[in-house]
Design a protein around this ligand. Structure first.
Ligand code: PAF
Length: 280
């Protein structure tokens, strides 16, 4: 496994492999890797000749009062995990090489980025699409992998790829959960024991949504109301949003008929968590 910090050197090596007809699978991450990331890496390992992982805590996708500084970083452990999973190349750029002096080119997907997480985090997706487009441009992957936990991110990236005719296939992999069903996230590390217990209400409410739907409930308002009650029973829980939306357009669905996304963001104390489920 090779570790690259330099864009030019990584590009040169990938170019060499591509000229030999090798395929590249790419997993972009912000590090502090967990089973969720590793499930993407394992899938990439199965699909492609060469697996590239990027580790870069992207400052541009954090708001001014968000956790960029505190975001957990553990490069040594991340590299060991990558090696164990058969990664070929890890790209660990510095902030200056991703955002050189005078950087002023941002990419924004309109509409899809305005609701859900975008409503409270107005520049977040602009930061995500900008860095992902740049990473795609550097790595030239045939397939790139994203987790379903960040459902809106995956939808936005698919839109960007389609709109700009980027030559990459996007694969979205299922949510990986902890033993207590909490969706795996690097931010789970912020939760103390008590908050962790309260965080179980996110999945509990999504499960309730699925059960209500299975029993024949199609009214989104009623389902959301049940979910709200379950979450607000926890003393430190503050709901950012609970939505039932079309999984491509993110438009509200009032009466559920086809494939539908139930997504939520909840603060437990200072930690903001997201989770979702697809009703089919
Ligand atoms: O999902 C993430 O970890 C990040 O948003 C991503 C896609 C690596 C971009 O920084």
């Amino acid at each position: 496994m090779k570790v690259y910090r330099d864009i030019r050197l990584l590009r040169r090596e990938i170019g060499r492999l591509k000229r030999k007809g090798k395929t590249v699978g790419f997993v972009p991450t912000m590090g502090f890797l967990h089973e969720g990331h590793l499930s993407l890496v394992r899938r990439a390992r199965k699909d492609s000749d060469c697996v590239v992982v990027s580790i870069f805590v992207n400052p541009v996708q954090f708001g001014p009062n968000e956790d960029f500084k505190e975001y957990p970083r553990e490069l040594k452990k991340d590299l060991a995990l990558c090696k164990r999973c058969g990664v070929d190349m890890v790209f660990v750029p510095g902030v200056r090489s991703m955002y050189p002096e005078g950087f002023s080119t941002y990419l924004n997907v309109e509409g899809l980025t305005e609701g859900l997480c975008g409503a409270k985090r107005p520049r977040h997706f602009r930061g995500v699409t900008t860095v992902v487009a740049k990473l795609f441009n550097i790595v030239s992957p045939d397939i790139a992998y994203f987790g379903q936990k960040d459902a809106q991110q995956a939808i936005v990236i698919k839109r960007m790829v389609k709109d700009l005719a980027l030559p990459v296939k996007i694969k979205v992999m299922p949510i990986v959960r902890e033993k207590d069903d909490l969706a795996m996230s690097s931010r789970n590390t912020y939760l103390d024991r008590d908050s962790r217990k309260q965080a179980a209400s996110l999945h509990k409410s999504l499960k309730a949504a699925r059960e209500l739907y299975k029993k024949g409930e199609k009214d989104s308002k009623k389902i959301i109301s049940r979910m709200r009650n379950l979450i607000l029973a926890e003393k430190d829980a503050e709901i950012d949003y609970i939505v039932i939306v079309d999984p491509e357009t993110l438009m509200d669905v009032k009466k559920i008929s086809g494939k539908t996304l139930v997504a939520l963001a909840v603060r437990i104390g200072k930690t903001r968590l997201i989770d979702n489920v697809i009703l089919n």
